[in-house]
Design a protein around this ligand. Structure first.
Ligand SMILES: CCCCC/C=C\CC/C=C/C=C/C(=O)SCCNC(=O)CCNC(=O)[C@H](O)C(C)(C)COP(=O)(O)OP(=O)(O)OC[C@H]1O[C@@H](n2cnc3c(N)ncnc32)[C@H](O)[C@@H]1OP(=O)(O)O
Ligand SMILES: NC(=O)C1=CN([C@@H]2O[C@H](COP(=O)(O)OP(=O)(O)OC[C@H]3O[C@@H](n4cnc5c(N)ncnc54)[C@H](OP(=O)(O)O)[C@@H]3O)[C@@H](O)[C@H]2O)C=CC1
Length: 324
């Protein structure tokens, strides 16, 4: 029951504002926004190209490796867990017929990054496409965070991205070879977010790093772009950000397109940004979130819950107001 109060405190009108109908993640809006998951670019768009993808063994990194490989790229995927990487590499290359190499690398360790790049160069040369996708994250009230907890996330996300970018950037400059660099951040890199503070701080740092290098290293033939994904189900993210599954429904409810993103959708955008079709694109920050960010930001967006009958009444009240 909602009441409209006069400034005197007297109730002018009472009306029932029923709770909005419960809408599941797959209800009405997703009928309008069904995902398309096949490779979007023309076949062979990455023929003779080498792509290096950190965290390419799982989740979104795996999906990006899959689409690049489908489009003809040779791929090198790198992270800590060699067995996971090898399994993914085998699966993708047997589906696409293109080489996928797995290299162990902890991006927090600059020497390990240099060794990994040495191995890649020996195997396949320097890459044309670099995707900094590896990340660490977990929800935690900031007052519970230890220095090592802070370090574990910021080292992977910010330092890891910087070490990979510096190592490859310097070698590419030396070799006078152009390349596309892409970083995967998140929508809260822009707004900040409680409960994932090291991630928010580190992702914001990655964005500053990539925007800065877009300005500085264009002269070497290097492009730098950023994708800020909204929620896309992966085991890595959801097990650490919503371990009980409690928040998923309310999250979907605030996404105007009414559903989570799909890894393959993100992968198509990443492929476009890394391709020659985007050769004029650098320094771009692309939010890819089904509208979630603007939906959370708008002061009056909760008025979506107001029914047509309630609008009639509100309109009459507003029009009936005389003076200020
Ligand atoms: C409604 C929400 C639904 C989902 C939302 C979806 C989308 C919204 C936008 C999403 C953005 C997503 C961003 C992402 O980055 S998702 C990527 C997630 N993937 C990963 O994190 C994979 C890699 N992660 C890890 O390996 C670990 O989680 C890691 C980051 C902790 C690093 O591992 P490791 O180096 O082995 O570190 P540990 O030794 O385990 O721990 C180090 C340090 O951290 C403390 N710590 C670990 N976990 C927690 C926790 N949950 N709470 C508090 N502290 C934690 C740990 O205790 C150690 O500190 P000490 O001081 O004790 O030594
Ligand atoms: N899924 C989502 O909803 C969203 C995801 N993102 C971003 O997307 C990217 C992919 O996340 P997602 O696929 O969901 O999650 P995953 O957990 O599947 O991916 C994270 C990857 O990072 C690798 N990694 C972690 N630490 C290191 C390290 N020290 N050195 C090298 N590699 C490391 C992991 O491999 P290993 O354990 O083998 O090292 C893993 O493959 C991340 O940048 C994340 O921040 C952003 C917004 C939303």
């Amino acid at each position: 029951m909602a009441a409209v109060m006069l400034s005197s405190g007297r109730k002018l009108l009472q009306t029932r504002f029923p709770r909005p109908p419960v809408r599941s993640g797959s209800a009405r809006p997703s009928g309008f926004f069904a995902p398309s998951e096949g490779a979007m670019l023309p076949a062979g768009s990455f023929r003779d190209r080498l792509a290096f993808i950190t965290g390419g063994g799982t989740g979104l990194g795996r999906a990006m490796t899959m689409v690049l490989s489908q489009l003809g790229a040779r791929c090198v995927i790198a992270s800590r867990k060699l067995d996971v990487l090898q399994e993914t590499a085998g699966e993708i290359s047997s589906q696409t017929g293109n080489q996928v190499h797995a290299l162990q690398c902890d991006v927090r360790d600059p020497q390990a990054v240099a060794r990994c790049v040495d191995q890649m160069v020996a195997l396949s040369g320097l890459p044309d496409v670099i995707i900094n996708n590896a990340a660490g994250n977990f929800i935690c009230p900031t007052e519970r965070l230890t220095p090592n907890g802070w370090r574990s996330v910021t080292d992977i996300v910010l330092n890891g991205t910087a070490f990979v970018t510096l190592e490859l950037g310097k070698r590419l400059i030396q070799a006078q070879k152009g390349a596309s660099f892409l970083a995967i951040t998140t929508i809260y890199a822009e707004s900040g977010s409680g409960f994932v503070v090291p991630s928010a701080a580190a992702k914001a740092g990655v964005e500053a790093l990539y925007k800065s290098l877009a300005a500085e290293w264009g002269r070497y033939g290097h492009r730098f772009n950023i994708i800020q994904p909204g929620p896309i189900r992966t085991k890595g993210a959801f097990s650490r950000l919503d371990p009980t599954g409690t928040f998923e429904k309310s999250m979907i409810d605030r996404i105007p397109t009414g559903r989570l993103g799909k890894p393959a959708e993100l992968a198509n955008l990443a492929a476009y940004l890394s391709s020659d079709f985007a050769s004029w694109m650098s320094g771009a920050v692309i939010r890819f979130d089904g509208g979630e960010y603007v939906s959370m930001a708008g002061e009056f967006n909760e008025l979506r819950k107001v029914t047509p009958d309630q609008w009639k009444m509100l309109e009459a009240m507003i029009k009936g107001t005389k003076g200020s």
